[in-house]
Design a protein around this ligand. Structure first.
Ligand code: UDP
Length: 328
């Protein structure tokens, strides 16, 4: 009998990759997802509970049935523009949903949580190296909702011995190299999948959002990490908690940033196609540069980001795109 891990958001992009890796690592991933942005077809590696985090009765039933050794909590809304228009949606779903989840897990005696957080909790810090000690000053309701959940986990750590590994992601890209699961958002807003669609001729041109940022070529700089490397850090975080090492925060980035223009230039190497593009105005809420300054995950978790070269991420995203994803 392999131990169960409850994966909220297991039908989504990162959660589905986590399920695949958990099953390879000797766990049974139990997906809990409301399918608001996820895909039933992405749930391939273990049982599926279709439920909303705001439904406490459904959460209690899932904990009773599966008795997970830990929770990997991916389920959240994650669109900055939407969060700016409708912050209530983000506070209710991301913060209220997480509170329900934490209370349900503690009621069931489950004390290990691996939480999906984000470098968006740091905000725009103008050239400051972003490590785990950097003060969190989110620019938008999305980042604020994630920071609030981090605070919540610390509070329940003090009061109820909840153990949490908080993982602050930089920009996640790429797909399962075997293309069993991949990134499929509707609508898509992320740079690499949009660029792939433009390279395939499935959309007109990619619009670069701003080329007047204070960076070497004027376009925004991001630290991209391959989704398989990212979920590997979650499995290491799970082992960290099961070894009793206690609560810890880790940034997950490579420490190397690429500008939007540089990512577009690499597309040819990864796909064999050029990306038609044009320049447009800045997008609201975008920080000029977000690069992880930390090697804590590498040093303490023993994390090795092996697939996170730009070319590899674009190649894997391209291979997945060619399968047709979850459309049709
Ligand atoms: N970006 C862009 N054109 C697009 C989508 C994204 O220029 O059509 C830029 C965006 O402004 C940001 C970077 O690409 O500087 C990465 O954006 P993405 O949405 O992928 O991730 P984010 O950094 O917002 O989490």
């Amino acid at each position: 009998q392999t131990p169960n891990v409850l994966v909220t958001g297991g039908a989504g992009y990162i959660g589905s990759h986590a399920c695949k890796l958990l099953s390879l690592a000797g766990y049974t991933p139990v997906t809990l997802d409301n399918l608001s942005t996820g895909w039933a077809r992405a749930v391939k590696f273990g049982p599926f509970v279709q439920a909303d985090l705001l439904d406490r009765t459904a959460l209690d039933a899932a904990f009773a049935q599966y008795q997970p050794v830990a929770v990997m909590h991916f389920a959240a809304l994650s669109q900055v523009a939407e969060a700016s228009r409708d912050p209530g949606l983000y506070w209710r779903n991301n913060v209220g949903g997480s509170l329900n989840l934490v209370e349900a897990m503690l009621a069931a005696g489950c004390r290990n949580m691996i939480f999906s957080s984000t470098c968006a909790t740091y905000g725009d810090q103008d050239g400051v190296v972003l490590d785990e000690h950097t003060p969190q000053m989110p620019l938008n309701a999305y980042g604020a909702s994630k920071r609030a959940v981090e605070d919540m986990l610390r509070n329940f750590g003090d009061s109820h011995a909840l153990n949490s590994v908080i993982l602050r992601y930089f920009n996640v890209a790429g797909a399962d190299p075997e293309a069993e699961v991949g990134e499929w958002h509707q609508p898509e807003t992320h740079l690499i999948p949009l660029m792939i669609e433009a390279a395939a001729g499935a959309r007109d041109a990619l619009v670069i959002h701003g080329n007047d940022y204070p960076t070497h070529d004027g376009t925004c700089i991001r630290d991209y990490v391959h989704v398989m490397d990212l979920v590997h850090a979650h499995v290491l975080g799970l082992e960290w908690l099961r070894a009793g090492k206690g609560s810890r925060v880790f940034n997950l980035g490579t420490g190397v940033g690429f500008s939007v223009a540089e990512v577009i230039r690499q597309c040819r190497a990864g796909t064999g196609h050029r990306v038609p593009h044009s320049f447009g105005p800045r997008r609201d809420g975008d920080a000029a540069a977000l690069v992880s300054g930390s090697s804590r995950a590498i040093e303490e978790l023993g994390w090795v980001p092996e697939r996170s070269s730009l070319k590899q991420m674009i190649e894997d995203a391209w291979r997945w795109y060619q399968t047709g994803g979850y459309s049709g």
